[in-house]
Ligand binder design. Structure first.
Ligand code: NI
Length: 432
């Protein structure tokens, strides 16, 4: 069962000013070792190499998502909306707090190479023998399953899912404000207080009162700005490419039976995909960066070079190309081999839309669990309409797929061997 804390606990937070904890379960979850690990995982992965302020952790973001969810629910309770199921409060708060607990160090790169999913790890940490599972079972035996169902989007009440995961969920509202604050950019801000005031539960979902449309427009515009200015930043993409290649090389070497000069057990288990939920909490960014430092002296020259590049921030440069043209790419690969570069590692085409981000898409395909519920406006006659049907501004940024192909490569070896390159390649890469 749920018990209130005898004394409310308060965290100071730069985005929400204060974060209030009133339930013993929430307090105990925050104090588990698996949740404390989030202090050692950056919210924005490698973005600190582009925006040096972006050192904030997933711990602060997770508390923020919890706080926004708590505010939404208490506003629903205060207003006495009959469409809000009051018995769902604790499960919603726990899912909000724990939604990112399975994020590994530099998640996106690791997930791609080792074929893991942070959502799956989140559920394992909730369901298997961990401190988090123990705290959740104190509420009731089936409580961990209920929290995991919200994360997996299979919970029987969609309104609970949409608090944590929809086009206007607590997760996105917190990370936009937090990432804008810590990167120091001005465009990520929007009026959270106003949005929270215009949300209401309606027929099993969360809708926005029509009078709040402009506040929502502002939120979506800030999302649009943040994607292009921060999340898709080409320098950040370059550091992600280096990271991916380090992990790819480490995996390749492991498969070849290579003996590393230095290896840590959680990293080895990660590469071999034998990591347990109990050991997952040992995996953090401090460990990964120690590995990079050690591997910068490995005898494999490729791994050592990639690690030095990451640590010293000697990232790959890029050129913009129209369409990846096979003949051109084959020609570049040939010339790369001629000057001792490895086309598998030293050229990479990047297109920002393979990221798990979209600016806003109104069409929600219910079959696909990855799709997020759209934003609905509720008018005075109790009719709902999807927001892009009413707002010119939203319509203009909906489904936009602008974005350009970038080809990333290490610049120094090209400069050093420029005499061996064809004139056409030199011109393409701007080498004089
Ligand atoms: Ni999140």
């Amino acid at each position: 069962m749920n018990r209130p804390l005898t004394e409310e606990k308060v965290f100071k937070d730069p985005v929400h000013k204060y974060i209030y904890v009133q339930d013993l379960t929430i307090w105990n979850l925050i104090n588990t070792k698996e949740f404390q690990r989030l202090r050692r995982i950056r919210q924005l992965g490698t973005s600190y190499l582009t925006f040096h302020g972006a050192e904030h952790s997933r711990f602060s973001h997770s508390l923020g998502v919890y706080e926004i969810t708590r505010k939404i629910i208490s506003q629903f309770e205060r207003s006495g909306y009959p469409d809000w199921p009051r018995e769902e409060r604790l499960v919603s708060l726990c899912a909000a707090l724990l939604h990112d607990v399975g994020h590994g160090p530099f998640s996106h790169s690791i997930e791609e190479i080792f074929d893991t999913q942070h959502e799956e790890w989140t559920c394992r940490i909730i369901l298997e023998e961990t401190d988090i599972n123990r705290v959740l079972r104190e509420v009731s035996e089936d409580f961990p399953d209920r929290v995991a169902a919200v994360i997996r989007k299979t919970y029987p009440k969609p309104i609970v899912i949409s608090l944590v995961s929809s086009q206007m969920d607590a997760d996105r509202m917190d990370y936009l404000l937090r990432d804008a604050y810590y990167t120091g950019v001005n465009y990520g801000t929007f009026d959270l207080e106003r949005i929270l005031r215009v949300l209401r539960p309606y027929q099993g979902q969360i809708v926005v009162k029509e009078s709040g449309m402009h506040a929502v427009e502002d939120y979506l515009m800030s999302r649009y700005q943040m994607y292009w200015q921060v999340y898709f930043h080409p320098v950040t993409r370059s550091s992600e490419i280096i990271l991916r290649q380090i992990f790819r090389r480490a995996k390749e070497l492991t498969e070849q039976g290579y003996t590393f000069g230095w290896m840590a057990r959680p990293i080895d288990s990660l590469i071999r995909q034998t990591l347990s939920a109990q050991d997952y909490y040992r995996l953090d960014e401090a460990l990964i960066q120690t590995a990079f430092m050690e591997w910068s002296e490995e005898r494999d020259p490729l791994l050592s070079d990639l690690c030095c590049r990451f640590l010293d921030r000697r990232l790959y440069k890029y050129i913009t190309i129209e369409e990846p043209d096979e003949t051109l790419l084959a020609e570049i690969a040939r010339q790369w081999l001629r000057i001792g570069l490895d086309p598998d590692y030293h050229m990479e085409i990047d297109f920002p839309f393979d990221l798990p981000y979209d600016v806003y898409r109104p069409d929600s395909n219910k079959e696909d669990k990855k799709e997020k519920a759209p934003i609905l406006l509720l008018d005075g006659q109790d009719r709902t309409a999807e927001i892009s049907a009413k707002s010119d501004i939203i319509r203009s940024i909906t489904g936009l797929h602008q974005g350009r192909y970038h080809l990333y490569y290490p610049e120094e070896p090209l400069q050093a061997a420029k005499d061996k390159l064809d004139g056409r390649i030199r011109a393409l890469f701007g080498i004089g």
